[in-house]
Design a protein around this ligand. Sequence first.
Ligand code: UD1
Ligand code: UDP
Length: 371
Amino acid sequence: MKVICVFGTRPEAIKMAPIVKELKRRKNIETLVAVTGQHRQMLDQVLKVFDIEPDYDMNIFKQGQSLSDITVNSLTRLDKILEEEKPDLLLVQGDTSTVFAGALSAFYKKIKIGHIEAGLRSDNLYSPYPEEANRRLTSVLTNFHFAPTKGSKENLLKEGFDEKNIYVTGNTVIDALKYAVKKEHKFDQEILNELDYENKKIVLLTSHRRENIGQAMENIFSAVNDVVNEHDDVEVVFPVHLNPKVREIANKIFKDNEKIHMIEPLDYLPFSKLMSKVELVITDSGGIQEEAPALGKPVIVVREETERMEGVLANTAILAGTSYQKIYDSFKSLIEDQELYEKMAKAINPYGDGKAAVNIIDIIEKEFDLK
Ligand code: UD1
Ligand code: UDP
């Protein structure tokens, strides 16, 4: 049996890596990796960490690429690869434009599709944008829906997908995280070695969502800036996404604040290590919303909607929206209210036990009569 794994961005690479590793361990499966290169530096660092050498690199990346650029270029290049390789199954992970283009290209060739991390829904097509649509469009084309949680399975059932094609597997983000936190790592960035994690409250900030770029992101950064300025013991580390639009807003609002440390995106191992050392996390990321609870870190989610309600329902995440006041209030309470902090800072793991990749490949072997 021949399986092709298609991915293109940092988070897909992190969550697909355990799948690629596990597939390569199975003797009766030939595994191919095709990266679109939707991200470049941010993708390459993950490939290096997990020691994955792509068989195909479509290298579609260009600065300021539009959603259509990503979709069209991935689709045309994948078409040739699938024509040549004729795989039995194509695997995609998550909700990026690479995922949608990957699924569509397989559908056009009548190749079976497995969707990893299927069934997450915010029920607002414009938030997260365009991810909610990418995920829904991919579901329609998918043969095997690998839902990370029972909640995501329920979402698919509500939309009429056949239960026999839906498998609850856990999220491979936890498989990857378990691998990462086991590894020893010293930070290359001196500032991360110098921070006083014991006596200060070090906060990790990330923000990159397309729908937040503009006023929402200004609100997020302004609220963070003000809380930091009002508390002597609070400092922020902000690995800034490479999107120039994010950088512009960050530079405008944080430029004179010495307690906000803006750094380049971190490689996955140092990033995981940093996350395990900080007091709390403020983010609009999808993956980080899953990782932080597993590490016992309270999360303030700076988005209007989240398709990951499990953390919110387990009281380790606050869905703060994108208005200045709610973010300011949530951040301030978590800094000042020790009882609230303790209540939220418990390690819970609604996203799986670290065996999602094994579960998924076992299902594939069974479905393709290899077992
Ligand atoms: C993409 C995904 C989003 C995911 C995010 C993870 C889509 C539409 N968006 O958003 O779902 O949450 O990745 O980070 O699929 N850039 C670089 N080098 C890189 C990566 C990005 O310079 O390695 C810059 C480029 O200027 C690029 C911009 O960032 O144009 C945006 O990248 P893009 O892949 O278009 O979207 P993201 O916002 O990263
Ligand atoms: N991450 C990383 N370096 C960073 C920021 C994030 O390695 O500087 C990792 C993080 O651990 C998580 C993933 O990247 O696994 C999340 O990616 P991102 O926030 O870009 O995308 P999303 O999950 O929102 O799609």
